[in-house]
Design a protein around this ligand. Structure first.
Ligand code: FAD
Length: 401
């Protein structure tokens, strides 16, 4: 096989008929329940509770969660299809699921039996909500630079710090919070000494602070979260003390597939809307589609879109099979799909002319959303670092950090 891959199996993507049937179910839900309310969601910057309740009833919050914890027990391709299809209509809606996963993934992988039994089933049924709190005002990409501390006291931990950009914080019942539990042994090993804890809403000293307005994914906004002498028992610690950085990285490797899926769904919407508009809209007594320049835009859109979708399904498949290339593939999918979403959004604006820049046209939102996709779950320049490091590790066993 060609460098940096080894075998032809590295390029497998197995899609099944059930995946397509599921796509139809999700599409029907998105078009029937969410689409009629998208303008209201954009205006109010809020997802109506009853829509989330319906998604919970459909089992959408239990995707990827094992049946023993009341999830659907589905594979990762179902997750990607769900996020892609809902994002085709409203990417903010999928943030509720994505943020859920940033809580359920580390708890399922590193949590104790009691933690799984207590926290996962209500999240899988969509009756409770989770959030993930790593980022701080002074540390985003540099996770090891967080300043929140947790100090051991009376058989538990006292957490102090401030988290920033925490999605779903206003709705969340459970938060998974990263804190420093011991100083780094050396500058080179700053990533050591971090630990995750579960903090429940209502714990004394814990509060959700200011709302942060962002340019895209209207319907979901992050918040500041303040931890002021918050006491949690040791049973709320997720994983061993000091391995929080490793847990965080594995969680984001998984989560970035979701962002790639958001980008593919958004790009699909921008492409479909542009094609439709170019057929209906006339200029110089001809439909726009008859102009070669417009045809070129549409051809490039569909080509980029399919390439992004293939990368997404490929990366999801590798992750599902727990292949070592999965981390590197997830970063490639996130990087490429989010940049494709931006390129397609710009072309959609060009094709729609004035309606492309008018907010009532509902086209400019694709560009705003793509900027958020490029930023969260690891900004795209960080994805480039991950791709490089993982490629060198995979191909030569070389650590270039
Ligand atoms: C809408 C939204 C929702 C979010 N939700 C959550 C959430 O639920 N939970 C949570 O914990 N966080 C959340 N975040 C935070 C998000 O993950 C961070 O914003 C992101 O990781 C970037 O961190 P930063 O903003 O601190 O940027 P910085 O780390 O300050 O980076 C700024 C720029 O510098 C570049 N840069 C930084 N370091 C390097 C480097 N080593 N090499 C090259 N370039 C570099 C970056 O690529 C970026 O372009 C959210 C953010 C947004 C916008």
């Amino acid at each position: 096989m060609v460098f940096p891959f080894f075998t032809i199996e590295d390029f497998n993507v197995e899609l099944k008929h059930e995946h397509e049937l599921f796509r139809k179910t999700v599409r029907e839900f998105a078009e029937k329940e969410i689409e009629p309310r998208v303008k209201e969601i954009e205006r109010s910057n809020k997802i109506p509770n009853e829509l989330l309740k319906k998604a919970g009833e459909m089992g959408f919050f239990g995707l990827g969660i094992p049946e023993e914890y009341e999830g659907q027990g589905t594979d990762l391709i179902f997750n990607s299809i769900y996020i892609e299809e809902i994002s085709r209509v409203c990417p903010a809606f999928t943030l509720a699921t994505l943020v859920h996963e940033l809580f359920t993934y580390p708890v399922l992988k590193y949590g104790t039996g009691e933690q799984k039994k207590k926290y996962i089933p209500p999240l899988a049924k969509g009756v409770k909500y989770g959030a993930h709190a790593t980022t701080e005002p002074a540390a985003g990409s540099d996770v090891a630079g967080i300043q929140t501390t947790a100090k051991e006291k009376n058989g538990g931990w006292v957490i102090n710090g401030r988290k920033y950009f925490i999605s779903g914080a206003e709705r969340a019942d459970y938060f998974i919070v990263l804190a420093r539990t011991s100083p780094p042994p050396s500058r080179k090993e700053r990533w050591k000494g971090l630990t995750f804890f579960i903090v429940e809403k209502g714990t004394p000293g814990f509060r959700v602070g200011e709302k942060i307005e962002v340019i895209g994914i209207r319907g979901s906004h992050p918040n500041e979260v303040i931890l002021d002498n918050v006491f949690v028992p040791d049973e709320n610690r997720v994983g061993d003390e000091g391995i929080g950085f490793k847990i965080a990285m594995e969680t984001y490797d998984h989560g970035r597939l979701g962002v790639a899926a958001q980008a593919v769904g958004t790009a699909q919407a921008a492409f479909e809307k542009s094609l439709q508009y170019s057929i209906q809209r006339h200029a110089f007594e001809k439909p726009l589609i008859s102009f070669q320049a417009v045809q070129f835009h549409i051809s490039e859109m569909v080509t980029l879109l399919q390439a992004a979708r293939l990368l997404l399904y490929w990366a999801s498949y590798l992750a599902m099979k727990e292949r070592p290339e999965a981390v590197f593939a997830a970063s490639m999918a996130k990087l490429f799909a989010t940049e494709v979403a931006e390129k397609i959004a710009l072309k959609a604006i060009t094709i729609h002319g004035g309606m492309g820049v008018a907010t009532e046209g509902m086209v400019e939102r694709f560009l705003r959303d793509s900027q958020v996709f490029k930023t969260y779950e690891g900004a795209n320049d960080i994805q480039k670092l991950v791709i490089m490091r993982q490629m060198m590790k995979h191909a030569f066993g070389m650590d270039i950090t």
